[in-house]
Design a protein around this ligand. Structure first.
Ligand code: SAM
Length: 282
């Protein structure tokens, strides 16, 4: 679980905050108490429930009837929210056991272990519409190490999500910010159609945690930045050339029917991609 003092220290250092520290910590504590009290009143097991509620309000990640997998789910605040938002199949996994929640299956497992994927698949009985992960490492206080472990956990969550999600499924994951964050964000950008890094209001202002909100998992055979040789099969409605890679449409601007081209993928959508011409081969 998080230990605020470590992150207070990091955030103050890294963001060069100039405001009075005492006032700052009081604000942070008041904000924390607000969500803590609200969680008590509204029957949520953890104040973090409000983070997922706020993320969902902004990005519409979980819809009615969705199958949801929660990685690092104890004590169960996010599971309660997922159950309320979806009412579909919900599965939660954590190193700690989770007290029962109506309509939710939970089990103890490590999300860094390969074997956890089949356990979740069996419990879910199909593909997931949404995978969410609020897992946090045990902090050592050594900032670089804690950040690296957080990114490792988030990377394990991405690996599991890619195996569990249906095409166009959604993924939310917590990461503590630091040097390795941007590379991780770029990995997620390659796999999803739309990706945002977001800090919900319910996250403490001094916290270094960020949630990566990724929508519409891509399953086509190409990724942004890839270079490949293609032949234009036909012209689309817009007049641009269309090449097919394993039946997946690559729209190549300013290309003519029959041309053989070296192209670079510029943007990938769930059902097609755009590419620019690098070289005309014929
Ligand atoms: C911040 S808590 C999650 C709170 C939860 N979202 C809620 O609303 O109740 C982080 C959780 O991640 C879990 N965790 C950390 N590493 C894990 C791992 N390798 N596998 C499974 N769970 C892990 C911890 O046991 C802890 O319960």
């Amino acid at each position: 679980m998080l230990h605020g003092a470590v992150y207070n220290a990091f955030a103050l250092k890294s963001k060069s905050l100039s405001i009075n520290q005492g006032f700052y910590f009081k604000m942070a504590r008041d904000q924390r108490d607000h969500y803590y009290r609200l969680a008590k009143q509204e029957g949520y097991r953890a104040r973090s429930a409000y983070k997922l509620l706020q993320i969902n309000e902004k990005f519409h990640i979980i819809k009615k009837g969705d199958s949801v997998v929660d990685l690092g789910a104890a004590p169960g605040g996010w599971l309660q929210v997922a159950a309320k938002l979806s009412g579909g199949k919900i599965v939660g996994v954590d190193l700690e056991s989770i007290a029962p929640i109506p309509g939710v299956k939970t089990f103890v497992a490590d999300i860094t272990h390969e074997s956890t994927v089949s356990l979740v698949k069996d419990a879910l009985g199909g593909e997931a519409d949404v995978v969410i992960c609020d897992a946090a490492p045990n902090l050592t206080g050594a900032w670089d190490m804690d950040h690296a472990v957080s990114v490792d956990l988030a990377r394990s969550a991405l690996k599991i999500a890619k195996k569990l999600l249906r095409p166009r499924g959604n993924f939310v994951v917590k990461v503590f910010q630091g040097d390795l964050f941007i590379d991780y964000l770029n990995e997620i950008r390659r796999e999803f159609s739309s990706v945002h890094a977001h800090s919900p209001l319910a996250s403490r202002k001094e916290s270094a945690e960020t949630y990566v909100v990724a929508k519409k998992m891509l399953t086509g055979p190409v990724r942004k930045g890839e270079m490949l040789d293609v032949q234009i099969e036909y012209l689309g409605k817009s007049g641009d050339g269309v090449a097919l890679v394993d039946g997946f449409a690559i729209i190549v601007r300013k290309a003519q029917k029959g041309e053989r081209l070296r192209v670079k993928i510029d943007a990938v959508m769930p059902n097609f991609a755009f590419a620019d011409i690098l070289e005309r081969k014929s």
